[in-house]
Structures are given as structure tokens and as C-alpha cells.
Write a protein that binds this ligand. Structure first.
Ligand code: AMP
Length: 437
């Protein structure tokens, strides 16, 4: 199978050739002909398998030149980073075509965006909150939308955008083609499809929740933050770790870990989370892309969609709250058929959630004892000292498991217990030995 089977335009063929893209990926092979036939499509495919081109190529093939003001194609994505990335993909494909692409997302000046909307566009890539705000001001009209794409719909739901998304869907012309792509599906996503899609063709390239085969998954049990930090520092020093993401659940933890890792590896790691400005976040991603940074410490805001080549490792410094999030996190590695490693650290408290993740993937992750070189620490963060009833993991819905976490805990860390070095070495040795048994 080659792209010429889809009767793409010469310009699109050339753009693909320039990028060295020769053979359609499985999702492209299945989705492109159906999208070209005009049907509504729901595609479940793992991240990194080419789903963006799977919808962009047929859309661009059918989009004719027009100088009308309001967009004809609407692509809704959950995060700003993904919006920028989708636009970059469009730009790469349209260097020989006269297509006006516009992206709008929150955290930037709405008035500048209003001006751009008024200047006219063919394709609009938007996050749901800002899209909704722009339609409410009356500046943006969606009456000409012929094709709608909802990318990473379940993440949009996780982020709480269902009301905005539904209001936008109500505003769209009923005569349109609707496409949805995601690495995982969920009950809420299916509800949206049932309500707003018509005569839908479902394409499942990998069952929802299947991790990529080329990702080696392993895990270490580590009892607390400081032991996890020692373990991470040890692993990051390995020459095999060339580019990586370190995922954490909270912004406070991302900042704390960034500071600690910065002491061991100055200027090699950046941090990215939703409290950072838009420019800062984009700069971090660019610096990682251009190899100025070796890795990023990130909250789940970037777990979705971000496509950075050759990420050798993903570290889960903690276990994500939502099972699906694990799949998205580890999908930052093992892209484009390269091998990658996903290494998770879990405390006894997180073990329950981790087992749910294994059950969800239907895959056992290989566990390893703490390496002998890694110091076992007894030092606890204040939040780790607080053991209360909320520490019990609770099942929320079908695939969601939440572990209580105090995101904004700002208390000072406890001072280190005064253990003599020799005593500590003995203690570590004894403990590591026990763990290996
Ligand atoms: P996505 O899954 O859409 O995030 O795509 C991941 C990456 O794969 C992007 O950098 C694409 O440019 C690249 N890509 C998409 N389709 C193909 C293909 N058929 N062959 C090689 N690379 C591709």
C-alpha cells in the first residue's frame, strides 16, 4: 500500500516525500479511504502511530481554495501544545497549497485572536475553552464548518471540557462530517459519539489501552519521595538515557523535583506544567526538540500528543491518577517504531493503582528491587507523614482510579534524622538485601 492509492494531490504527495513519509501507517491505511468517502469516523489508535496525518490528508485533499472568512474545518484538541503541533503538521503539508490555518487557545490575548479570526481562515485548530469564548463574543462563526475533528476526546473530558465541547457541537451545522481520534476511549466519549455523530464507522487499530509493543515496561518499588529521587538520579546518569520525560502528578511535585534534579544535572532538565506561561511551555518543548535539554519534568498536561523524536525513556516518578494516563505518558517513547523504556516508581500506597494499570493493559510489568547503589532514604515529606483515611485508593468509574494527593502542600520538609554515615550504610545494606529477597 502506498499513499498514491488515496489519489492525493501532487502537492500533498510532494510534501509527504519531503518528510520521508512513504508508506501509510495502519491507522492511515484504514481511516483515509473511509474519511474520503464522507462518513463519520471514530479512530482508536495509539499515540505516535500517525493519527494526525490520518485525518489531515483526506481533509486537505478535499479542501478547495476559498477566500471566505469563516473556517470550514474545525480541529478541537485538549491542550495548547497539541494545537501548536497539529498546526505544524498542517504547515508541513501545505507549503505548496494556499490554505489559511489559524490556531486559538487560552492563556494568550483574546483580542489578538479576535483580529486573526476576522482576517479569515480555512482550518481552525482550537482548544475548547477559548473556542467557546470566541464563539460567544460573536467574532467567530461556525456556520461554515464542513468537517469537525475531535482529537484526544477522552482527555478533553478528563480536563472537564465536556460542557464547552457539547455547546460547541450544538452550534455546528448538522450537515457535516465528524471525526474523532484518540488513543483510548471511555464511556463518556461513546456518549458524545452516540449523540453527535451519524452513521459512524469505527476503526480500532489497537484495542483501547494497549501499550505499544516496542516499549519495555519495568517498575521499581520505592517507599518515599527521597528514595525515588535517589533512584531517579541513579538511572538518569545511565548513558542509555539520552532523552526522557519524567512524569509527576502535581505541579508542586514537578517544581520540587526539577529543583532537586537541577542540582545533580545542572541545566539539563526543564520543567513544564500548567502554571507555566504559554511561551515558557513552548520554549521548553522546543529546547527539548533541539537537544538543548535532555529531558522534561512534566505533569500530565504534556502526556498527550506531544511528538518529540527519539525519547529513549519515560519515567513515572509517581503513578498517574487515571489508568489511561499511564498509556499516554509512556506513549512519549517508542515512537515511529523505535524501542523505548517506561520505568515506573511506586510506593506501597501506589501499588494498588499500579495493579489496576496492569489489569487494564492486560500485561504484567516486570518489577525490580532497588539497585544496590541506590540509597534507601527514611526521610519523609510532610505529606508522606500524614497517613489518613483518604490514602485508600478509590475507584472512580470504570477505568479511573484516584489516589488522594495534596497538590498544594507547601509545608516545609522535615529535617534529616541524624543517623551516622556508617550506621546508615549498614541500614541501607540490610534493607536492600531484605528487598532483594
Ligand atoms: P501522530 O501519531 O499523529 O502524533 O504522529 C507521530 C509522528 O509520525 C509524526 O511526526 C508524523 O510526522 C509521523 N508519521 C505519521 N505518519 C507517518 C508514516 N506513514 N510514516 C512515517 N512517519 C509518519
Amino acid at each position: 500500500m502506498s499513499f498514491s492509492n488515496f489519489k492525493l494531490t501532487k502537492q500533498l504527495q510532494n510534501a509527504l516525500e519531503e518528510q520521508g513519509i512513504e508508506t501509510p501507517s495502519p491507522i492511515q491505511e484504514k481511516a483515509i479511504p473511509i474519511i474520503l468517502s464522507g462518513k463519520d469516523v471514530v479512530g482508536i489508535a495509539q499515540t505516535g502511530t500517525g493519527k494526525t496525518l490520518a485525518y489531515l490528508l483526506p481533509i486537505l485533499r478535499n479542501l478547495k481554495y476559498s477566500d471566505q472568512r469563516y473556517p470550514r474545518v474545525l480541529i478541537i484538541v485538549p491542550t495548547r501544545e497539541l494545537a501548536v503541533q497539529v498546526v505544524q503538521e498542517i504547515d508541513k503539508l501545505t507549503s505548496y497549497i494556499s490554505i489559511r490555518t489559524l490556531h486559538v487557545f487560552g492563556g494568550t490575548n483574546i483580542n489578538t485572536q479576535k483580529e486573526k479570526v476576522q482576517n479569515g481562515s480555512d482550518i481552525l485548530v482550537a482548544t475548547p475553552g477559548r473556542l467557546y469564548d470566541l464563539t460567544m463574543t460573536g467574532v467567530l462563526r461556525l456556520k461554515d464548518i464542513k468537517t469537525l475533528v475531535i482529537d484526544e476526546c477522552d482527555e478533553m473530558m478528563n480536563l472537564g471540557f465536556r460542557p464547552q465541547l457539547e455547546r460547541i457541537l450544538e452550534l455546528l451545522p448538522t450537515k457535516r462530517q465528524s471525526l474523532m481520534f484518540s488513543a483510548t476511549s471511555s464511556e463518556i466519549v461513546e456518549e458524545v459519539v452516540d449523540q453527535y455523530f451519524k452513521d459512524t464507522e469505527r476503526i480500532i487499530v489497537a484495542p483501547s489501552g494497549t501499550p505499544l509493543e516496542q516499549i519495555d515496561q519495568l517498575a521499581y518499588k520505592a517507599p518515599n519521595y527521597h528514595t525515588k529521587l535517589n533512584l531517579l538520579t541513579f538511572l538518569l546518569a545511565s548513558p542509555s538515557v539520552q532523552r526522557c520525560f519524567v512524569f509527576v502528578r502535581t505541579k508542586a511535585m514537578a517544581d520540587r523535583l526539577h529543583e532537586a534534579i537541577g542540582k545533580e544535572f545542572p541545566e539539563q532538565y526543564g520543567v513544564i506544567h500548567s502554571n507555566k506561561s504559554q511561551n515558557y511551555r513552548l520554549r521548553m518543548v522546543d529546547e527539548m526538540r533541539s537537544n538543548e535539554l535532555k529531558g522534561l519534568i512534566a505533569t500530565d498536561v504534556v502526556a498527550r500528543g506531544i511528538d518529540i523524536d527519539d525519547v529513549t525513556h519515560v519515567f513515572n516518578f509517581d503513578i498517574p491518577e487515571q489508568v489511561e494516563q499511564y498509556i499516554h505518558r509512556i506513549g512519549r517513547t517508542g515512537r515511529k517504531e523505535l524501542r523505548g523504556s517506561a520505568i515506573s516508581f511506586y510506593t506501597p500506597k501506589e501499588e494498588v493503582v499500579f495493579r489496576h494499570i496492569e489489569a487494564y493493559m492486560d500485561k504484567k510489568v516486570e518489577r525490580f528491587p532497588l539497585p544496590a547503589e541506590v540509597e534507601y532514604s527514611e526521610r519523609l515529606l510532610p505529606e508522606e507523614e500524614e497517613v489518613n483515611i483518604h490514602d485508600a485508593p478509590t475507584l472512580l468509574g470504570k477505568n479511573v482510579v484516584r489516589v488522594s494527593s495534596d497538590q498544594n502542600h507547601q509545608k516545609k520538609e522535615q529535617p534529616k534524622r541524624n543517623i551516622k554515615p556508617k550506621e546508615r550504610a549498614m541500614k541501607n545494606k540490610r534493607r536492600n538485601k531484605r528487598k532483594r529477597r
